[in-house]
Design a protein around this ligand. Structure first.
Ligand SMILES: [Ca+2]
Ligand SMILES: [Ca+2]
Ligand SMILES: [Ca+2]
Ligand SMILES: [Ca+2]
Ligand SMILES: [Zn+2]
Length: 337
């Protein structure tokens, strides 16, 4: 696993002199980070936080023991915290630095546990940086916009913000954008989901088909109500109204806004987006999440909020404003500029 803490020695050498900085008391280090802004505790998950076991080690080099995996997860959450704090001045999940609790389990799983600020992750294939950062972002969406726990189009926006900031956190750590996928470092397990912001229609999606949980969905849409769009509120579903499926629309909007692209979408609309760069696209996306998105927002609201964000940050009729509008047009929502 190339993203394991054990194999991140170069990065750690730069940032932490080879050590994972942790809380120290009674001659023991604990997977608890209470620095000037990070506030994270990681435990071996039981059935709930109160019966989960704390993890201790005799020094700050956690690579020489079976605690390597749990230490890696703790480090990923530190990186997620740092990304939001250092790039967006957002401290922790709620912006005011409340404790994030991380439970590491032997089950293959990755989820955000709701209003207890808890991430639960397990199985080496899910213990990867972008997946952990995705779950951390659910904590941010819950406490900033009340998005977490919603379904249908609103749930799709929640999943999309988590995918976008998951990918951006991995980029923040690696220093450049190597990959627009999320979940790829846990593979080659063929049953686990991998989503691509660049190419949502790809064949490595591996998510249950909302209309038939025994089958795998063929891919995600890159166009609103286009190919692979899950028709919300029709029939059975096993994905809260196709929220992981329909996330592809905003995911691809972000990609096009960042790097640009031209072509014809599933509606037959011609589009031409000039990329404004990943950093500016991230700034617009975060501003939208914090200031405009609400617990009942749908795709049209996400479009309007992003355009408002681009105008607020870069000015009316700025290049960034126009490309934000063009990128939504490209994914099938609204006119171009
Ligand atoms: Ca050691
Ligand atoms: Ca949901
Ligand atoms: Ca990735
Ligand atoms: Ca990767
Ligand atoms: Zn999610």
């Amino acid at each position: 696993n190339v993203n394991n803490y054990n194999n991140q020695q170069t990065l750690l050498d730069i940032g932490y002199n080879g050590d994972l900085p942790c809380f120290f008391s009674n001659n023991c280090y604990q997977l608890l980070t209470k620095g000037s802004y990070r506030n994270i505790e990681t435990r071996n998950w039981g059935t709930e936080w109160s019966n989960s076991q704390e993890e201790f080690h005799d020094d700050q080099d956690w690579t020489d023991c079976s605690c390597d995996d749990i230490a890696s997860v703790h480090w990923y959450v530190q990186q997620s915290w740092d990304y939001f704090n250092n790039i967006h001045s957002w401290n922790g999940m709620d912006g005011i630095g409340s404790r994030t609790q991380v439970g590491v389990t032997s089950q293959t799983d990755a989820k955000y546990g709701g209003n207890l600020y808890t991430i639960i992750v397990g199985g080496i294939v899910r213990q990867t940086l972008d997946v952990v950062a995705h779950e951390f972002t659910h904590g941010v969406t819950e406490h900033s916009s009340q998005l977490y726990g919603t379904d249908n189009e609103t749930g799709a926006l929640d999943e999309s913000f988590a995918d976008i900031f998951g990918v951006l956190t991995e980029r923040y750590v690696e220093g450049n954008m190597n990959d627009w996928r999320i979940g790829e470092d846990g593979n080659p397990d063929p049953d686990l989901p991998v989503r691509s912001l660049q190419d949502p229609n790809n064949d490595y999606f591996h998510y249950p088909d909302p209309t038939d949980c025994n089958n795998t969905a063929p891919g995600q849409p890159d166009t609103y109500e286009g190919q692979f769009w899950y028709p919300i509120n029709t029939g059975d579903n096993c994905d809260d109204g196709g929220e992981h499926v329909n996330a592809g629309v905003q995911n691809h909007w972000f990609y096009l806004l960042a790097v640009g692209g031209s072509g014809t979408n599933d509606n037959g609309w011609n589009y031409n987006v000039q990329g404004i760069g990943i950093d500016k696209a991230a700034k617009i996306t975060f501003y939208n999440l914090i200031n405009h998105i609400q617990g009942n927002s749908e795709y049209e609201d996400a479009r309007q909020g992003a355009i408002q964000a681009a105008k607020a940050i870069y000015g009316y009729c700025s290049f960034e404003h126009r490309q934000t509008q063009n990128a939504w047009h490209a994914v099938g929502i609204g006119d171009d500029d």
